[in-house]
Design a protein around this ligand. Structure first.
Ligand code: BES
Ligand code: MN
Ligand code: ZN
Length: 495
């Protein structure tokens, strides 16, 4: 989709669909009033009939209005004027975008410049408009024989008030579109089944990103190379699988070579059976989503490449499949991680931390300014937060605070859990330096405690997206979280 700004009188704009707002009780916005005048009171007549009240998120299409060049009018309800804040604003944009995607309109003109959103400015509205358009245009049909009908919408113009900062708004549109497309990339990778989206498939994604963009170089570490690096922990997870594990290292250069990068590490378990500690059968199919952390790294990389962020970033994906077999790791087995620490694997279903710990040790070589890992790590995070927020734990208070702020401002929220030392003792092992599980209590925290042992000298935060990465039930599918949070974090950083 293409996004641009358009100034001028709304009743003169030729477009397939013009979008205007109506407040609750049918009070027309400035733009709706101007249209109404030009096209024979069609909007006020509708409102008078009682068929459209302007309730938040309500939409109504008016086809073939006369007196204006626009072919359709899409009314969107914004609710009471004094309650309009970013949360309501998002609902408005979401409703409008959703309705637009159903139409055969190839162009749309969004005339919402008069809306006063309490806690945000026009740049926010522009960015979110583009993000929502992309987000709402996503359909999964890759493995269906009947493809979803193509979205007709090609060009979206945003009405600008006189005196608006055009460059800022243009940048905001670009930013929002890049985030939206990054989210869709993460959704698509997450939704692909485990027999297609294997570690090798993810590695190919990394190579393709580098092939398409000069600013990215990708290196894929094979199991042989990982063995030489001493990644006994990561390799213990793929031991039972016919699919080779891959460590995918993508380096984005947007700043001078000497500028230290930000490291983003994703859990890429392309299917998690639990291994010998086999999971129960119910809903096991959803363990194809166990690579959503990795998917968010790919989505984030795509977005920052498109935005040409002026920093260096290294995106690392630890990709493996967790299967039972005669060669699989068994409970009680002890492995040596790249850090030299030995790990007693008491439960082969706690495999995410086993691949991540070696990936975290690996990124040390880049001397990153911060490390953020993203993982569908614990069922306990689902029990604690449901699908609303991402669990966040960190060894650095400033980094934690920044991430919480970024989550809020990107509407991709996270919530912090404590990492007090007292929890560490749950990982005690009689036979190794540490165990890979900490018992049934405080599961999200002890999982993070495990990871913290492998980033002792670095600023690090961990995002447990087990609840937020995908929806179950009728709307089963990946959400693309936390791409928006990650891009917001990186956008705020300097080289
Ligand atoms: N991928 C799962 C976590 C998960 C479970 C995410 C359900 C979303 C929904 C992870 O590998 C896992 O199995 N974790 C175990 C850890 C336990 C054995 C300590 C869990 O949370 O049950
Ligand atoms: Mn598991
Ligand atoms: Zn898992």
């Amino acid at each position: 989709m293409r996004y641009s700004l358009k100034a001028g009188a709304i009743e003169k704009v030729s477009t397939d669909c013009v979008v205007v707002a109506v407040y609750s009780k049918g009070t027309l916005s400035e733009e709706a009033t101007a249209l109404d005048k030009a096209c024979g009171k069609i909007i006020s007549k509708l409102v008078k009939s009682g068929d459209f009240s302007g309730k938040l998120g309500e939409t109504q299409l008016l086809s073939g209005p006369t007196g204006i060049p626009a072919k359709r009018i899409l009314l969107v309800g914004v609710g009471p004027k004094n309650k309009l804040a970013s949360k309501q604003g998002l609902k408005v944009l979401n409703a409008a975008c959703k309705a637009l995607m159903q139409l055969k309109a190839t162009s749309a003109h969004i005339a919402l410049a008069s809306l006063e959103i309490k806690d945000q400015d026009d740049a926010w509205l522009a960015a979110r408009l583009a993000q929502q358009c992309e987000d709402n245009s996503y359909r999964y049909d890759t493995t269906k024989s009947k493809k979803a009908p193509a979205i007709a919408l090609k060009t979206v113009t945003l009405a600008v008030a006189t005196g608006a900062r055009r460059k800022t708004l243009q940048d905001a549109l670009k930013h929002g579109a890049a985030v939206g497309k990054g989210i869709n990339k993460a959704k698509e990778l997450g939704n692909l089944p485990g027999n297609i989206c294997t570690p090798s498939y993810l590695a190919k994604q990394g190579n393709e990103l580098a092939a398409r963009n000069k600013s990215v170089t990708t290196k894929i570490l094979t199991e042989k190379q990982m063995e030489r690096l001493g990644m006994g922990s990561l390799l213990s997870v793929s031991a039972g699988s016919a699919e080779e594990a891959k460590l995918i290292v993508m380096q984005y250069k947007g700043a001078a070579d000497k500028s230290k990068p930000y490291a983003i590490v994703g859990k890429g378990i392309t299917f998690d059976t639990g291994g010998i500690s086999l999971k129960p059968g119910a809903a096991m199919d959803e363990m194809k989503f166990d690579m959503c952390g990795a998917a968010s790294v790919f989505g984030m990389m795509q977005a920052i490449v498109e935005l040409k962020l002026p920093i260096n970033v290294v995106g690392v994906v630890a990709a493996a499949e967790n299967m039972p077999s005669g060669k699989a790791t068994k409970p009680g087995d002890i492995v040596t991680s790249m850090s030299g620490k030995t790990i007693e694997i008491l439960n082969t279903d706690a495999e995410g931390r086993l691949v991540l710990c070696d990936a975290l040790s690996y990124v040390e070589r880049f001397e990153p300014r911060s490390i953020i890992d993203i993982a569908t790590l614990t069922g306990a995070a689902v029990a604690t937060f449901g699908s609303v927020v991402t669990a966040m734990l960190s060894n650095d208070d400033r980094l934690a605070k920044t991430l919480l702020e970024c989550g809020d401002s990107a509407d991709d929220p996270a919530w912090q859990l404590p990492m007090y030392d007292e929890y560490q003792k749950q990982l005690h092992s009689n036979f190794a330096d540490l165990a890979n599980i900490g018992g049934p209590r405080a599961g999200t925290i002890t999982a993070a405690c495990f990871l913290s042992r492998f980033v002792e000298k670095q600023k690090w935060a961990h995002l447990d997206i087990a609840g937020s990465a995908w929806n179950s039930g009728a709307a089963k599918g990946a959400t693309g979280r936390p791409v928006a949070l990650l891009v917001e974090y990186l956008r705020r950083q300097k080289a």
